[in-house]
Design a protein around this ligand. Structure first.
Ligand SMILES: CC(C)(COP(=O)(O)OP(=O)(O)OC[C@H]1O[C@@H](n2cnc3c(N)ncnc32)[C@H](O)[C@@H]1O)[C@@H](O)C(=O)NCCC(=O)NCCS
Ligand SMILES: Nc1ncnc2c1ncn2[C@@H]1O[C@H](COP(=O)(O)OP(=O)(O)OP(=O)(O)O)[C@@H](O)[C@H]1O
Length: 214
């Protein structure tokens, strides 16, 4: 039996850290941020559409996308962000569908993890078997984001608020991975969920929702 997990969480919640732990355990991990970079490479139609929508000032001298400039524009403006999403999200979803097909038909691994920050917003949540959410308190998220991406508090909050609220994501997820502690605690949580998953796969029960009693 094979399973496709959608791994999500807010910006700087710890998705990549969890993804690296799952890779270590043998999962095939695909990062949507990397896929998103590929779809806007120089020469790809998505980049032409972005230039048409945002102007040539979002290009660098060599004709590649100036990500910092585009990021500054879209994280401060809902309308612009929606426009960018309209150009990029269908392409990201299409590429993810292709990866899923390759996984199902040609890959020996049992677990595919799609690490997708905007899992619900892109509709990729509808394509996966199980949703794992990296859960973090907002105060900690802001601190880690400011530190990691060298952003002011205002900039960090604008990025967090541009995404679906964590409470909503919790309701839509099957498994929560708590990342409010240190890395050791996170590893323990991941180990636990992986063991549960292996039991599910080997028993072939494949229950989707976490059973919380009754
Ligand atoms: C705006 C862009 C140019 C900024 O590039 P930059 O290199 O600075 O950031 P990077 O791509 O590494 O993204 C960092 C994080 O920002 C968040 N983020 C990215 N795009 C968005 C968005 N459209 N809305 C909300 N949050 C976003 C995610 O949590 C992501 O992990 C870039 O993120 C982009 O092209 N975004 C649109 C594509 C997309 O939705 N990507 C997310 C994958 S589903
Ligand atoms: N438990 C932890 N304790 C301390 N720092 C952590 C912990 N987990 C993650 N971090 C740090 O927090 C930052 C964000 O983590 P990570 O890059 O894994 O998040 P992400 O959700 O993948 O981010 P993005 O949404 O930008 O892709 C990184 O600097 C990482 O090293």
């Amino acid at each position: 039996m094979k399973i496709i997990i959608g791994l999500t969480g807010g910006i700087a919640s710890g998705k990549s850290t969890v993804a690296a732990m799952l890779k270590e355990k043998g999962a095939w991990v695909v990062d949507a941020d990397q896929v998103a970079r590929q779809v806007v490479e120089k020469g790809k139609p998505a980049l032409d559409e972005i230039v048409e929508a945002f102007g040539t000032m979002i290009l660098q001298a060599d004709g590649t996308l100036n990500r910092e400039a585009l990021g500054r524009g879209v994280f401060a403006n809902d309308e612009k962000r929606r426009l960018l999403n309209q150009i990029t999200h269908p392409r990201i979803r299409r590429e993810m569908l292709h990866i899923m097909k390759v996984f199902r038909e040609n890959d020996p691994r049992q677990v595919l993890v799609l690490e997708v920050p905007l899992l619900f917003e892109t509709g990729i949540d509808q394509l996966v078997d199980q949703i794992w959410l990296v859960d973090i308190e907002e105060e900690k998220q802001v601190r880690r984001l400011m530190e990691r991406s060298k952003l002011s508090k205002r900039e960090a909050c604008a990025r967090i608020q541009s995404q679906m609220p964590q409470t909503e994501k919790r309701k839509r997820s099957h498994i929560l991975i708590d990342n409010n502690g240190d890395r050791h605690m996170l590893q323990k949580g991941v180990n636990h969920q992986w063991e549960e998953l292996m039991m599910q796969l080997n028993n072939k029960t494949g229950s989707k929702k976490q059973d919380n009693g009754c």
